[in-house]
Write a protein that binds this ligand. Sequence first.
Ligand code: SF4
Length: 396
Amino acid sequence: AETVLITQQSHEELYKILEQNKVEDHSQHKLVVVSVSPQSRASLAAKFNLNIQETAQKLTAFFKQLGVHHVFDTTFSRNFSLLENQREFIQRYRRRQEEKKALPMLASACPGWICYAEKTHGSFIIPYVSVIRSPQQVMGSLVKKYFAKEKNLKPSQIYHVTVMPCYDKKLEASRPDFFSQEYETRDVDCVITTGEVLRMLEQEGISLPDVNPCPLDSQFSSVVDNEPLGHEGGGSGGYLEHIFKYAAQELFGLHVDEITYKPLKNKDFQEVTLERDGEVLLQFALAYGFRNIQNLVQKLKRGRCAYHYVEVMACPSGCLNGGGQIRAEGVTGKDLLQRVEQLYTSARTESPEQNRSVKELYEQWLGGEDSPGVKEALHTQYHAVEKATSGLGIKW
Ligand code: SF4
């Protein structure tokens, strides 16, 4: 089933749709939207020795030359994921006394980890996992539920592609939770990896530096003066930092400027603590990679996990090092990763609260915070699966 999935969700499928758009019968045409992840952009920038702005503009131009109508940026949809994660954490923290599994809250943006959690630890682990959709799936909602209406189209008349650092994002996009029975369409129709974008460039005989840049789409992108923005925090989305700072302020009235990570067993298992007068108020951790995740789950099972929040990611070093990123050639993997990290963090940042379009969409589209609209478009659910099998990118 997973092989079928890869064939269905590949750059070849995108080419088919673009070809179909050239036939005379307009009833077959689809509006093609590509949403690019900032991790993929950083990987392409490193490959071609470009800066982030050049990469964004040239990549947009490349897709538009092929016939893509809109190129968005999942940094924009990540604003919703971050805001919802912050709120979910506060709610869980406040009900931690009466609800045993309210804490620690475990991140849910990594399908490699979710796949493992559902299949291996099912009903035990699910109550701990955040119910918020990942940036990819929030973008799915924005494009198929909001943008389609704005364009006066059925969701099925839009073909939505995401560019991701990760093969497991293909699995995420194909979850039944993200399929509309009514319109018989997925929120994200096709996921292509950064490596597949490189293959498309090669197939077209194009080197990204030679592409003439074009202006960035600003509707579902975090852009100022044609420059893409990023978020503070690490290359896997910065969830820990955002939630930590927000919770310190909201729960204890403490302003945290800078986060200090304390490495534990290795650089993929680190801790952040908020203390006042010797009392630990908040204790967060990040656990990346299989070994650290296994340790975390064991601690949880033994009732010996003191964390309030854990940013769990399946890949060692997180998404910038995802299995779908461009591989190192002529440099060591470590040097390449360092370069990708530098590029990723070189983008100017904004906080999700600062983005005016996000605020407007909460009001106009979703019906305000904590509304049924928010639950439908920004939240999801998980399912315990009996038999243990593996994800796509990660072998458990
Ligand atoms: Fe994908 Fe790896 Fe990121 Fe998880 S950590 S979302 S498996 S790239």
